[in-house]
Design a protein around this ligand. Structure first.
Ligand SMILES: [Zn+2]
Length: 230
């Protein structure tokens, strides 16, 4: 009776060889703002739920496809809702679990994350976080193969530390595995690195020269977060 589920990103949970399909809406809202999971919702539009973007949704709980919400207007899905699902899941994962940093000089580090901002663009979810010691770190999470190179070039012009985590092979996994992949097991790299992030370690400093004019931290944050959220 119960359908195979979707994970918090909205993808049908499946084996990694299957095409992941499209992420669908799994959370809608009552008028008062409380969130309702599709599994709790009444099939159809009887609950009067709305999408994160404000339009009415219906709960699709048929036998054919994994349950999800769809906008009433006849659209299949909603970008605002899907982006929101992905951002919130990763924000919560970052807050609840310590994110492992990629090794540097054979050492590993851990971040106690305090998320400041997050944004979705071109298949990437970018989180700006502070750790407990007030050090800033950008975490660029790849959900779909797409705009990583452009983002890397942009970040390369700045002085902000950044890591890249690829969830492309994990995006159809159940929530717990997805969370573990994000915080621990998924492939990750340093894109930019300021050694003080790994204090009390004392790694070598030796960044190569930059071809493009440098961006201040503020300018980079403005470019990634403020402009994308309009
Ligand atoms: Zn919507």
């Amino acid at each position: 009776m119960v359908q195979t589920a979707r994970n918090a990103f909205g993808f049908s949970i499946g084996n990694p060889w299957r095409e992941p399909g499209t992420a669908m809406i799994t959370t809608a809202y009552r008028e008062d703002g409380t969130a309702v999971d599709v599994y709790e919702a009444e099939s159809g539009g009887g609950d009067g739920l709305i999408c994160e973007c404000g339009v009415p949704v219906v709960a699709k709980k048929g036998a054919e496809r994994d349950w999800h919400f769809a906008p009433r207007a006849g659209l299949k899905s909603c970008r605002i809702a899907i982006d929101g699902q992905m951002r919130r899941f990763l924000e919560n994962a970052a807050l609840d679990f310590r994110i492992e940093l990629p090794p540097k000089d054979n050492r590993r580090g851990i971040v106690d994350a305090i998320v400041v901002e997050s944004v979705v663009r071109a298949g990437l979810v970018v989180l700006l976080l502070y750790d407990q010691a007030d050090r800033k770190l950008l975490v660029v999470v790849e959900v779909k193969k797409s705009g990583a190179r452009e983002m890397r070039e942009l970040i390369g012009r700045s002085t902000l530390s950044a890591i890249f985590v690829s969830l492309v092979c994990h995006r159809t996994k159940p929530d717990e595995e997805l969370r573990n992949a994000f915080c621990r097991s998924a492939p990750r790299d340093w894109w930019r690195w300021k050694p003080e992030l790994l204090t009390p370690l004392h790694p070598k400093i030796g960044e190569n020269g930059m071809l493009l004019p440098p961006l201040t931290e503020e300018a980079l944050i403005e470019k990634i977060f403020r402009t994308a959220q309009r």
